[in-house]
Design a protein around this ligand. Structure first.
Ligand code: ZN
Length: 267
């Protein structure tokens, strides 16, 4: 009887060990498949030079009078900074706000257009229709509801260095002429809207329009067509050119024109 109980115990311990190993393997496996494409919100987070930056205040961070630990912060910021989503209302007067976009619409196949070499030579590079066609030659047609991601390498390499990402580390209106980074061409976005079924476009710089844009035409054209956008997305060097699914979870701001978003891919 004793030996039976002993072998039962051994068996139980063995089973529990198996379960633990399997669980930890699963979470390791999940971490390998999951790619976080979000920058943290903190004092260095990149915002447009005229926008309010992220500010965090520690309201309480101490043992309370009652003897228990109590920590609580307050934060404030512009909607459009760091890794964030743009809703159509941002540049389209009757466009949808963040809260009017169903959660499922934020999820779609990730199409990564690698133009890092072109952007390295030319910081004013504009993504061309040819770049889209050449991706399709290599990987097949753009899947339905895809996110078209422009991988410039600028943000991926240098974020959060403002001088290297934005082209300037100055603040305010006077700094705007110094903005200098690549973006989508108007033609490429018109092509995608007219000829392909996309969810939206995304980039690893602070704007889908290039830094020198004066009229934000890419924003205007994209949002007039009721599509979505993501800016300052992270870790594009680790995203495959095709086959991943992009998940975007924007903070649910009522009447939001944009919002901080947790962006990740399942590879
Ligand atoms: Zn924005």
């Amino acid at each position: 009887m004793k030996s039976n109980i002993g072998s039962f115990k051994n068996c139980f311990v063995f089973l529990m060990t198996c379960i633990l190993i399997t669980t930890s393997l699963n979470s390791q496996e999940n971490n390998k498949k999951l790619l976080d494409m979000t920058y943290p919100y903190e004092k260095n987070t990149i915002y447009w030079p005229t926008a309010k930056s992220f500010h965090l205040e520690k309201v309480s961070w101490e043992v309370s009078e009652g003897g228990w630990w109590y920590a609580s912060n307050e934060f404030s910021a512009s909607e459009h900074g760091g890794t964030h989503a743009d809703a159509p209302i941002h540049f389209s007067q009757n466009g949808r706000t963040i809260d009017q976009i169903p959660l499922g619409e934020w999820i779609g196949p990730a199409v990564k257009l690698d133009v890092t070499k072109k952007c390295e030579k030319n910081r004013d590079y504009l993504l061309s229709v040819g770049d889209i066609i050449s991706w399709e030659k290599d990987f097949g047609g753009i899947p339905d509801k895809a996110w078209i991601i422009m991988y410039t390498g600028i943000g991926t390499q240098y974020y959060p260095d403002k001088k290297k990402v934005l082209g300037t580390d100055k603040q305010g209106v006077a700094s705007l002429p110094e903005l200098n980074f690549p973006g989508f061409s108007v033609e490429s976005v018109k092509f995608l809207i007219t000829n392909r079924n996309i969810t939206g476009i995304a980039i690893d710089t602070p704007s889908i329009d290039y830094g020198k844009s004066k009229d934000f035409k890419v924003h205007q054209v994209l949002f007039a067509a009721d599509k979505l956008a993501l800016e300052n997305i992270a870790n594009l060097d680790q995203l495959p050119a095709s086959g991943a699914i992009l998940y975007v979870i924007p903070m649910l701001i009522k009447e939001g024109t944009g919002s901080p978003a947790r962006v990740f891919a399942v590879r």
